[in-house]
Write a protein that binds this ligand. Structure first.
Ligand code: DC
Length: 220
């Protein structure tokens, strides 16, 4: 039987950095499910598919193929055979992914893929609905959050480091908007699963949170 750890939480709580480190320490694979939604959003943007046009979305989804591969322990996302891992990291794609992920057809397309991965591998999977919908029987569920101001500041610093010229107020407003949309959508909204452990990373370092999660695994 494979072992699965679900890490859900709002944008910018540090899920991917922490999940990656936990996976490396345990020898599990890390599955960034946000990247799957981002790949679909990227395709919709490139093809000017309107999210309001149900038929256009359904037709496009028939053509889209999203897959994951692991190279040197790094997850790569492929969109119809092309590695789009870098392109999908843009801020605007995160926002479109948040909108696209509210659509039932988009979520359905990605569900079995996520479950199959967890059935065949030990995984640390991060996203918004992993503990509530994708892997309701995950061995360990974490709901990772942090104060919105802290999340915005972290994102701001990341973008500065990348050489961009971010605006902190805009980033904070974007994060708030995205949280609200992800938490209030009808299908699979972001929420803490009943049996998830709440971890607040506002005042904790990445290493502290990683150590905390590893200790939960050992306690189980
Ligand atoms: O984690 P992220 O920022 O890469 O995710 C981008 C968007 O994708 C997020 O705002 C909502 C959506 N998403 C989702 O609905 N369910 C998931 N399991 C992961 C992401």
């Amino acid at each position: 039987m494979s072992y699965s750890i679900a890490i859900d939480g709002p944008a910018g709580a540090g899920k991917s950095t922490i999940a990656k480190k936990v996976a490396t320490k345990l020898g599990f694979i890390y599955v960034d499910t946000g990247a799957l939604y981002r790949a679909i959003a990227y395709d919709f943007m490139k093809n000017k598919t309107s999210l309001l046009d149900k038929e256009a979305v359904e037709n496009r989804l028939k053509i889209i193929e999203v897959s994951l591969a692991y190279k040197e322990n790094q997850q790569h996302v492929f969109l119809n055979g092309k590695d789009v891992s870098k392109e999908i990291r843009q801020e605007k794609i995160g926002n479109v992914a948040s909108k696209a992920s509210a659509l039932k057809e988009v979520r359905e397309k990605l569900l079995s893929m996520q479950r199959d991965l967890a059935n065949s591998h030990d995984v640390v999977m991060d996203g918004r609905d992993i503990g509530t919908q994708v892997l309701p029987n995950a061995d360990l569920k974490i709901y990772l959050t942090a104060a919105v101001a802290v999340r915005a500041k972290r994102r701001y610093s990341e973008l500065l480091e990348k050489g961009e010229t971010p605006d902190l107020a805009v980033i904070e407003a974007d994060i708030k908007e995205r949280d609200l949309r992800d938490m209030s959508r009808e299908i699979a909204p972001l929420k803490q699963a009943q049996d998830a452990i709440l971890v607040d990373s506002s005042n904790a370092s990445i290493e502290e949170v990683v150590a905390q999660i590893i200790s939960f695994v050992k306690e189980k």
